[in-house]
Write a protein that binds this ligand. Structure first.
Ligand SMILES: OC[C@H]1O[C@H](O[C@H]2O[C@H](CO)[C@@H](O)[C@H](O)[C@H]2O)[C@H](O)[C@@H](O)[C@@H]1O
Length: 589
């Protein structure tokens, strides 16, 4: 049985990432890339779907921490007989795919269990496993199709019933280092390398990066952990950022709201970039802009709302029926059908991020601008069409108010690029369109009877995305219409102190079941309170939200307050980037 979502921690190498449980089990790992098939998939099933356990045999108290500001994870197990630490590291910077696990005896003696069960192709395929020798040392090699995983260590587990397992004692002062290395199966065995140097180089590189982030911020520890986590979800070669490293962790336990987030959404990535830029990280912004321009290159009419991390476009959605799903939440999906949706907000978010990159002094040449200009021109032709909205509803398209506000934003930032930064473009036409969109939103997206903006033009329902109206500058934060919208959202969408995205009972999203408060929206409320001058409310909500991250500072997409557990994919960029933005907004007060 997988653990509660919050009992996992993330370890990554900026190509992919593993989820390590409090019991010492790696229950999720896709190799070699975030969106590769998982070879440890117990998270969505059980250990027969693959896992790598290194944990105490007997009951233990568990504490965990990341080493400084890095993604090196240290878990301490204390049993009645002693205490050991387990260091989990995925070394970076060498283009390899290694997971290194080091057990160190701290006091007394602890009996450890070791279990290495490789199941390729998302927990389905049993590899052919042999014992071989590499540079005179015995290793275990598992091969299935393109995948080869090799286990090295001072004491290898034994084959029993299709798995490898062992038990051994670790006493004070003893240290055992194990490593699993992925390699293409046709390339022979990977070279042995020295783990001490790789671990230290990884620690130093990650500490150096994080040291650029100021401590002088409200909620600094949460902000820094969020930024480190966002970086761990960025593919190092391309700058593509995944929305989360997992698929199908449910929004509704036992329900069908299970999605694959191992892709780069323009929206999530643009918002991530804004957070990184606001915290002073410009290099990531440059890299992601490069990713964006390569991904969307071509006919502007072919723009997708999401891509694979290498910029490729085919994200065909299918179900994995051999996996029972986390907490029986079926189906397990890979790929994401939302890739084919029309979501009219996306260009607005991209234009904001690129505007902020410009303001941060990131050099722009005529090629990077000409593509943006072409995308804005394409929007000028189609902005009046209905869409699926930022929540990617699977119901009919609508005229979503948030989407239209973001259309306004796209024209607004295009106008700024000409007026403030001297780029060329049909600025008169863009100004006119901007005004036209604004008038339409104020007329059709506003309910004067209740004094609130509405989810879409044909409803009186509200939606948490309306909180973006002051945050993107469409109206001032203390405008009466914004204040009325905040009140309406407080009345309709607050559940147990946090915010739902919208009321699922209206059926707008075309899905069965319900969901839990959405953490990004709750952080947007902090920002909206701050913009409205409700400073005490902003701090009170932020303080409560900052109690939600797990023991190592990570957040999923949603939080089930009644069950006191996280829900949805984990860790989720959207939640972490919104935390950073809320903290930075509070910093400006
Ligand atoms: O809730 C239904 C939708 O859920 C996913 O989308 C959500 O996550 C995206 C990535 O973080 C985010 O950009 C979007 O705004 C969220 O609604 C899922 O990927 C969709 O396929 C699904 O329809």
């Amino acid at each position: 049985m997988p653990l509660p979502i919050e009992d996992y921690a993330l370890v990554g190498d900026r190509h992919t990432a593993a989820l390590v449980g409090k019991d010492g089990s790696i229950d999720w790992l896709c190799l070699p890339r975030f969106d590769s098939p998982a070879c440890f998939a117990a998270l969505l099933g059980d250990e027969t779907n693959g896992r790598w356990l290194l944990g105490p045999r007997d009951e233990a108290r568990v504490t965990r921490r990341y080493v400084g500001r890095t993604s090196l994870l240290e878990t301490t197990f204390t049993t009645d007989t002693g205490s050991v630490t387990l260091l989990d590291v995925m070394p970076t910077g060498d283009g390899r795919a290694d997971v290194v696990r080091r057990v160190t005896g701290v006091s007394g003696t602890v009996r450890m269990r070791h279990e290495w069960i490789v199941r390729c192709d998302y927990g389905k395929v049993r590899p052919w496993v042999t014992r071989r020798r590499l540079a005179g040392v015995e290793v275990i090699v598992a091969v299935a199709g393109p995948d080869q995983l090799m286990l090295r260590g001072p004491r290898l587990p034994h084959a029993v019933d299709g798995r490898h397992q062992d038990e051994f004692d670790v006493s004070e002062g003893e240290q055992l280092t194990f490593a699993t290395t992925w390699h293409e199966s046709w390339r022979g065995l990977p070279e042995p390398i020295g783990w001490d140097e790789r671990i230290e180089a990884t620690r130093v590189e990650q500490e150096e990066w994080a040291s650029l982030c100021s401590d002088d911020l409200p909620y600094a520890d949460h902000v820094i952990r969020s930024l480190v986590t966002l970086r761990m979800m960025t593919l190092v070669e391309t700058g593509g950022i995944v929305a989360a490293p997992t698929t199908s962790l449910p929004e509704d336990f036992g329900g069908e709201r299970n999605w694959d987030y191992r892709y780069c959404w323009l929206r999530d990535a643009a918002l991530t970039l804004e957070s990184l830029l606001a915290a002073g990280f410009t290099e990531e912004a440059r890299e992601w802009r490069g990713w964006l321009l390569r991904a969307v290159a071509g006919d502007p009419g072919d723009l997708q709302i999401m891509y694979a991390v290498d910029g490729s476009r085919d994200l065909a959605e299918r179900t994995l029926d051999h996996l029972p799903g986390y907490a029986d939440s079926r189906p397990v999906r890979i790929g994401n059908g939302a890739a084919g949706q029309r979501q009219a907000d996306v260009l607005g978010e991209v234009m904001v991020a690129l505007d902020e990159a410009r303001a941060a002094g990131i050099h722009e040449d005529r090629h990077t601008w000409s593509l943006q200009r072409a995308l804005v021109e394409e929007l000028a032709e189609h902005w009046q069409e209905p869409d699926h909205g930022l929540w990617e509803i699977r119901g009919p398209q609508r005229h979503f108010t948030h989407s239209r506000v973001m259309v306004w934003v796209a024209f607004d930032r295009a106008v700024r690029a000409v007026e403030v930064h001297g780029h060329e473009g049909p600025v008169e036409r863009w100004r006119e369109l901007r005004d036209q969109v604004r008038e339409e939103v104020l007329e059709k997206g506003f309910d004067p009877a209740r004094g609130t903006f509405t989810q879409h033009y044909d409803t009186t329902e509200v939606d948490a995305s309306l909180l973006m109206i002051p945050l993107v500058g469409f109206l001032p934060g203390d405008d009466e219409r914004v204040l009325g919208t905040i009140r309406a959202i407080e009345e309709d969408l607050v559940r147990d102190g946090f915010l739902l995205r919208y009321r699922t009972e209206t059926g707008v999203d075309g899905l069965a079941g319900d969901e839990h408060p959405f953490l990004a929206c709750s952080f947007w409320m902090v920002s909206a309170y701050a913009a409205a001058g409700r400073t005490d409310d902003a701090h009170a909500l932020m303080t409560r939200l900052c109690e939600l991250p797990n023991d190592v500072g990570l957040l999923a997409e949603e939080y089930d307050v009644a069950g006191q557990r996280m829900a949805g994919n984990f860790p989720q960029a959207f939640s972490h980037l919104a935390l950073v933005q809320a903290a930075l907004r509070l910093h400006q007060l």
